[in-house]
Design a binder for this molecule. Structure first.
Ligand SMILES: C[S@@+](CC[C@H](N)C(=O)[O-])C[C@H]1O[C@@H](n2cnc3c(N)ncnc32)[C@H](O)[C@@H]1O
Ligand code: SF4
Length: 388
C-alpha cells in the first residue's frame, strides 16, 4: 500500500472508446479519431519523460484507465509495463489494473493482457439488464458481460466490475434482483456508482427536457443502504463510498488517491500529485488527444499545466479524498503530508457539531465518517471546509 513518500502509483490514460456513452463525461473520444498503433508509442515517450522527472521510485500500482484501454493491443500494454519496470523499482506485490469493456473483442484479448503483466481487471458491466444496457448506450449484452467476467476470473488474481444504479425507473425490488445476480458471480471487488447526471452529456439534455426521471432521494438512500447489506452478505466489505471488496482485494491504486499519496498521471487529461524535492506538484496533461499527441511529439510530454500546491490547498484536498474511505484519515500521516494539523483547516465548532450529530468520529489517530456521515458526505465536507 503506497505509504512512504518514495512510493508511487502510476495512472495511464487511454482516451478512446468505440463510442461515447450518453451518461459519461470522462475524457473519452471516438476511437476512429486516431490510429491506436501510432498513439500508444506516444504514451511510452511520456512515461519516459515523466520518470526522468520523478526519479526512480518504488512503484506500487499501475492503472490503465480510460476511455477504453482494453482497445489497446496487449503488446502495447506489455511495452508500457516493461518500461515502467525499467524506470522504477517494482514493489513485489504491485497491482496492475486494466479497465476492460466486456465485449467480444476483449474476450479474445484477456489472455494476452494477462501475459503482458496485468494482474487485476476492472470490468465496466454497468448493468445486468439488457434493456438498461441499451438505454446506457453500451455495446454488450448482460450475457456477454458475464462471459467476460467468468473468463477473467480464470485468468486474473483479482477481478472487479462496475455497476451503475439509481437509474431511471429503478426501484428497490429491481436493484435487489440485479445486485443479487451480480454478487452470485462472486467478484473480488465491486464498484457500485449511483448514476450522476453530468454536464454536457446526452443524459443531461434528456434530464433537462424531463425525459429522464431519476429515483427520488429517499429511494436513492434506500438503494444505498440495501447495497451495503447485500454486499456484506456476499463477503464484500465497503471500504470507500462506492467500493466493496473481499479482504485483501481493495484497490491499492485508488487507495493511493484517497490517502493523498504520490501518483503520476500520463496520457490526455491525466492528473498527478507528486512530491518533488519536498514540494507537492499538481500536474495535468492536455485533455484533447490531438493537442497532447502533438506536444509529446515536440517536447516528449503532454503537460498542460503544473502548480506547486501550498498548505492552504493540500489540506482541503486531503480531507476531501480521505473522508471517502471508511477507515478515514490518518491524522499523523495528514500532518506529515500537509505540514499542518487537520484541525487547523476546519472550523472547530462545525467539526464538534458533526461529531455531536454522529456524522464523524475522531480519536487520537483518525477522523472518519460514520455510516450516517457517508450518506451525506458532500454536505458534511462542504460544511467542514466552509464551502456550504
Ligand atoms: C472510466 S469509466 C469507464 C470504464 C470503461 N470504459 C467502461 O465503460 O466500462 C469508469 C466507471 O465510471 C462509471 N461512470 C461513468 N459515468 C458515470 C455516471 N455519469 N454516473 C455514475 N457512474 C458513472 C461507470 O461505472 C464506469 O465503468
Ligand atoms: S463509460 Fe466507458 S466506454 Fe462509455 S464513454 Fe465513458 S469511458 Fe467510454
Amino acid at each position: 500500500m503506497p505509504d512512504t513518500p518514495q512510493d508511487l502509483a502510476l495512472y495511464i490514460h487511454w482516451p478512446f472508446c468505440l463510442s461515447k456513452c450518453p451518461y459519461c463525461d470522462f475524457n473519452a473520444h471516438p476511437a476512429s479519431l486516431m490510429d491506436g498503433d501510432i498513439f500508444a508509442p506516444a504514451l511510452r515517450r511520456e512515461l519516459a519523460s515523466e520518470a526522468a522527472r520523478t526519479g526512480r521510485r518504488r512503484l506500487t500500482s499501475i492503472f490503465f484507465g480510460g476511455g477504453t484501454p482494453s482497445l489497446m493491443r496487449p503488446a502495447a500494454i506489455g511495452a508500457l509495463i516493461d518500461d515502467a519496470a525499467r524506470f522504477h523499482d517494482i514493489a513485489p506485490d504491485i497491482e496492475i489494473t486494466l479497465e476492460v469493456n466486456p465485449t467480444h473483442l476483449e474476450l479474445g484479448r484477456l489472455a494476452g493482457f494477462r501475459l503482458a503483466g496485468v494482474n487485476r481487471v476492472s470490468i465496466g458491466v454497468q448493468s445486468l439488464d439488457d434493456a438498461a444496457l441499451r438505454v446506457l448506450g453500451r455495446h454488450h449484452s448482460a450475457a456477454t458481460a458475464i462471459r467476460v467476467i467468468r473468463a477473467a476470473r480464470r485468468l486474473f488474481p483479482s477481478v472487479s466490475f462496475d455497476l451503475i444504479y439509481t437509474r431511471p425507473g429503478q426501484d428497490r425490488r429491481k436493484w435487489h434482483y440485479e445486485l443479487t445476480a451480480a454478487l452470485a458471480i462472486q467478484p473480488d471487488h465491486i464498484s457500485l456508482y449511483q448514476l450522476t447526471i453530468e454536464p454536457q452529456t446526452v443524459f443531461e439534455g434528456l434530464h433537462r427536457r424531463g425525459r429522464i426521471d431519476l429515483p427520488e432521494d429517499d429511494v436513492a438512500t434506500a438503494l444505498y443502504t440495501d447495497t451495503e447489506a447485500l454486499c456484506a452478505g456476499a463477503g464484500l466489505r465497503p471500504y470507500e463510498v462506492s467500493n466493496y471488496a473481499r479482504p485483501g482485494h481493495e484497490s491499492r491504486h485508488n487507495i493511493a488517491y484517497w490517502r493523498y499519496a504520490d501518483y503520476s498521471g500520463i496520457g490526455p487529461g491525466a492528473h498527478g500529485r507528486l512530491d518533488l524535492n519536498g514540494r507537492l506538484h499538481a500536474t495535468r496533461r492536455h485533455r484533447a488527444p490531438e493537442i497532447w499527441f502533438r506536444q509529446v511529439g515536440r517536447l516528449g510530454n503532454g503537460m498542460g499545466g503544473e502548480d506547486i500546491l501550498d498548505d492552504t490547498e493540500t489540506g482541503p484536498e486531503a480531507i476531501l479524498m480521505g473522508l471517502r474511505m471508511h477507515q478515514g484519515i490518518d491524522l499523523a500521516r495528514f500532518r506529515a503530508r500537509t505540514g499542518r494539523a487537520l484541525e487547523s483547516y476546519v472550523d472547530t465548532r462545525i467539526l464538534a457539531q458533526c461529531l455531536a450529530d454522529g456524522y464523524l468520529v475522531m480519536d487520537t489517530n483518525t477522523l472518519r465518517a460514520t455510516p450516517e456521515g457517508l450518506l451525506r458526505l458532500n454536505a458534511v465536507i462542504d460544511r467542514l471546509l466552509d464551502q456550504g
